[in-house]
Design a protein around this ligand. Sequence first.
Ligand SMILES: [Mg+2]
Length: 403
Amino acid sequence: MKITNIIAYPVWVGSRNQLLVKIETDKGFFGWGESGLSGRELGVKGIIDHYREMLLGVNPFEIGKIWQRLYRSQYFEGGRTLTAAISAIDIALYDLKGKALNVPVYELLGGKQRDMVPTFATTSAAPGPEMIEQGKQLIDKGWQAFRLSLSPDGGEGKYESIVTKSIKEDNIYEPRESLAKTAHWIIESRKELGNEVSLGVDMHHRLSVAEAASFCNKLPNGTLDFIEEPIRDQAPGAYEALRKMTNIPFAIGEEFASKWQFMPFIENDLTQFARVDICNIGGITESMKVAGWCESHYIDMMPHNPLGPVCTAASLHFGVSVPNFAWLETRYSASENQGFHYLTDKNGDEIFNLSHKMKGAMHHVSDEPGLGIEVNEDYLKNSEFKSWNAPQLHRTDGSVTNW
Ligand SMILES: [Mg+2]
């Protein structure tokens, strides 16, 4: 079998752009992948177009060798734009191989290690009484783990949430004010939600080491079960410093673009949950290697999954196949409206057909061949890319801060 075409579709689906990639072969088999570098899809498409020329005529079953070739092909190895492109190609190759061999992708990864994939949800209401109510709803619906909201409040006393995208028009983020309010309502949440549920918060890498330490130290021991990305991740030494100032477990890694970026965080036990993003790290091939490495340090996988159904399907096959697994991120929960709205367009036309079904907080993984997903390619052909940038946050004094 030979690869005959690779097509990248950077198109608006639902409420965001998705970069979907299709690989075709001379035997009629094809596979779908997705890339995760949100907001920079056109750059990744450029790389995929380069890779297309290299892969025409290649045996699509040689997935590991293709990964090595793509990563090491140009003398300048790696980088997140390259690995976002490699991820989509790698996932599509697994989908294709599963279909060609008539087995679900998890059978290519050693088989199932669990019957279902547990998920974690996120509250969407701003820190306050409504957020606690959402937490109760989530527990009621079966979630045993979720993230509470972070307040991006600029200091006017009205809580707003990044999850509901109601960031103030002027896009101000003042860490000290936000952290005081967030800490207050997280403490209240723990009192009301009890000790059985696992609670976390995602700081979206907005803080300095000092700010992160102040936040953690406002919380009584045991209030949080994890804190996600309190600081930016290029400096493992900064995490070593923060580790000495708090005992809250860290959840880090959604931005990592290779096993080598994970290396210092695993080897030095700097993260307790590995937030691997299968559409950025380098696909299923690289995710399995990171999972194995994490297993040797008793670190559980907690995949980042904010994209489309192809990402979810790939993450499910990965999640069901590794021994060390905590929860898969889901945007389909009692506290978020986002659901699977992107499965159909406004006219009710189906964009994706997903054979995996959620029951409460648990995801069942289908036994369909490949990833177990169908994509309406005609819909993609008739869709367009829309220019979109993440909110450009700044502080009251005008200086730049991360979203
Ligand atoms: Mg995150």
